[in-house]
Ligand binder design. Structure first.
Ligand code: CA
Length: 330
């Protein structure tokens, strides 16, 4: 694939046309993104999988079309979304509002257990304990700590919805407040559930939100696949500025169809990646993915300027995760 401005996201394309190529993100190469360096799906500790897929969940949980949006503001917001086309409406098919204090809902989420250095040279130890992941006051709290738990300096958490909240096309909406501080690297992203086209990046990764604390207020969206990689200088990525990322909740959203991927912060669409029709190498995004929420510390991108140990504990707070499909009804 020749790198032309036409296949670059807007901000990168502008820089490209102006002869000021911003280059790949300082992510240390292939480990960019939310971090899946050749991750074998089998290596993911997805906990007690019950095999229930989204269709089953829909039967259990989905209300009738047209009245299921949790509140009027949310319904209006998604109805006005431009990427689905004029008049598009979205139908809620899966959600976690995080409205019950305590342990997160095991019917919707799996916790991943990984030691420091598992991916991207990150420093945190991903563990399963309330100090690092819990529901509190309507939000999922993912908290990174410098507490030397398990003989590791930093502890944190990473949850995914594999086999419990999978999605293929639709809108994924995550309302969240991000941590502040040098060394933090929170991510809201989607990962191929079945690794249909092989190990990372072949089966694809969609980063809806990444933020590194040493570059505050710059929120990034990225797609990873075989044909578009940082290692080849073709990574497809964009960014926008969110000054209140750490003070206010914002909606980080993905709209995904067979033709394109659009990423938003609130109503600001700042990244688009189109299906060029050449096959899985450019578009592995035709299989089910799951939602991943994590807070990394340090690493090839988050740790570029070290880690400020005065910041801990730090949190990513998630008000909700909602998955919509395009409605067939007016
Ligand atoms: Ca909530």
């Amino acid at each position: 694939m020749t790198r032309t401005w036409k296949n670059l996201p807007l901000l990168v394309a502008l820089s490209f046309l102006m002869g000021c190529d911003p280059g790949p993100r300082p992510s240390g190469g292939m480990g960019g993104g939310a971090g899946n360096l050749g991750v074998d799906a089998a290596r993911r500790d997805v906990g007690a999988l019950d095999g229930r897929e989204l269709d089953t969940a829909r039967a259990d949980e989905v209300a009738e079309s047209g009245s299921e949006a949790p509140d009027a503001a949310a319904a209006d917001e998604v109805a006005e979304s431009e990427a689905g086309g004029p008049g598009v409406r979205w139908r809620l098919v899966w959600a976690d509002e995080f409205d019950t204090d305590g342990r997160w809902d095991e019917t919707k989420w799996n916790v991943e257990i990984h030691p420091p250095g598992w991916v991207n040279d990150e420093l945190q130890n991903y563990v399963d304990r309330a100090e690092n992941a819990r529901v509190e006051n309507g939000n999922l709290i993912i908290e990174a700590r410098e507490d030397f738990f398990d003989n590791q300096e930093y502890s944190s958490a990473r949850l995914n919805s594999a086999y419990k909240g999978d999605v293929l096309y639709g809108r994924v909406e995550v309302r969240a407040k991000l941590p502040k501080g040098t060394g933090t690297w929170p991510a809201i992203w989607l990962f191929s559930t079945d690794q249909n086209y092989g190990p990372w990046p072949n089966s694809g990764e969609i980063d809806v939100m990444e933020h590194v604390g040493w570059d505050p207020g710059i929120v990034h969206a990225t797609t990873h696949c075989y044909n578009f990689q940082a290692a080849m200088g073709t990574l497809m990525t964009g960014f926008t500025i969110v000054p209140t990322f750490g003070d206010d909740m914002h909606i980080y959203a993905l709209e995904w169809s067979a033709d394109r991927i659009d990423v938003f912060v609130d109503s600001d669409k700042y990244f688009t990646f189109a299906n060029d029709g050449t096959g899985w190498q450019s578009w592995p995004f035709d299989r089910r993915f799951n939602v991943v929420l994590n807070l990394a510390i340090g690493g090839s991108w988050g740790g570029v300027k070290g880690v400020d140990n005065s910041i801990f504990p730090v949190r990513m707070e998630v008000d909700y995760v909602r998955i919509y499909e395009r409605s067939l009804y007016p």
